[in-house]
Design a protein around this ligand. Sequence first.
Ligand code: PLP
Length: 407
Amino acid sequence: MDYAAALDTALNRLHDEGRYRTFIDIERRKGAYPSAVWRRPDGTEQDIVVWCGNDYLGMGQHPAVLSAMHEAIEATGAGSGGTRNISGTTVYHKRLEAELADLHRKEAALIFTSAYIANEATLSTLPKLFPGLVILSDALNHASMIEGIRHGNCEKHIFRHNDVAHLRELLEAVEPGRPVVIAFESIYSMDGDFGPMREICDLAEEFGALTYLDEVHAVGMYGPRGAGVAERDGLMDRIDIVNGTLAKAYGVMGGYIAASAKMCDAIRSYAPGFIFTTSLPPAVAAGAAASVAHLKTDQLLRDRHQTQARILKMRLKGLGLPLIDHGSHIVPVHVGNPVKCKMLSDMLLEDFGIYVQPINFPTVPRGTERLRFTPSPVHGPELLDGLVKAMDSLWGRCELNRAHLSA
Ligand code: PLP
């Protein structure tokens, strides 16, 4: 086997399909986010503003988070030094789990090294706990849920995105008495649309199914204590397992599930992705716990976040740019062409110091390529103004249409 040639073939395939990813090197400056420095491959530097980050509320530089992390490092050192089972469970991990269980009004929570791992480990383990399980999964669920469901090797069916009539059909086709899990998200991050949570909970109740909800793009930002859309809509007690991240609105790292004590105990005991890996560094757990605790009371920050998103959407719509607007904090501008999408992104960066990553296939379907902006409370009015003016001038230069896409 010529291994190098095989790797070339795999990489060339990506280049040929225009799917090869390049990362740009940026350095965020504490206290100055969303400003950052872009280090070009030739060694030169440029000041930029990050418009596509998932540190949605700027909590990655919040003093309460940083001081909790410093304190924990001073107290306990860098890594945890073990798996949860073998010397890697500390007071910091326990505190974070208690904070999260309280957030979601659940009996327990379990932390993982990321929400990706939390989804993968939990969904792949559920079939071991419920023999004969059928998982019904939304067509646009995140890769981590898809991978988890695949690895669980149980019967699965995909329902068309947000289509509760299709979900009902699939539920009706399951033999009575078999265990069923319905897996879906509260906010789908590429379009920023909401899952029909109430209808899905109604169906789950009618058919005796469990609900598994990914709130990764909502925790910290929705609901009076930041527990997500389920909290906002008064549906928390109808969700059996909720998944969230500590890496986006909470600004740190890690993921979790919150559920009944028995469910968490079973996942803790059976999921290889929980058992056979080193636990989060204590300082990370401490910072995340401080962030979760802070956002339970900082409604002002949540309000400012939503206001920023509304202002940006209003101004881009005012220019006639085709916005995908479902009323969430995510602001996708439809470009519909991979080359122009990349070109726009390059010109924004080079000419205006505005960093927004182009979103192309396979992350979104071909023909729906887009720029996805994530305004935050720390993007001030001048930055917002600069972005709107830059988009206005470049849209014309790239010969793109000005038309509205409605939700
Ligand atoms: N679930 C969804 C819907 C996501 O969009 C992501 C990441 O973007 C994840 C899970 C994984 O989150 P994490 O970054 O904590 O692994």
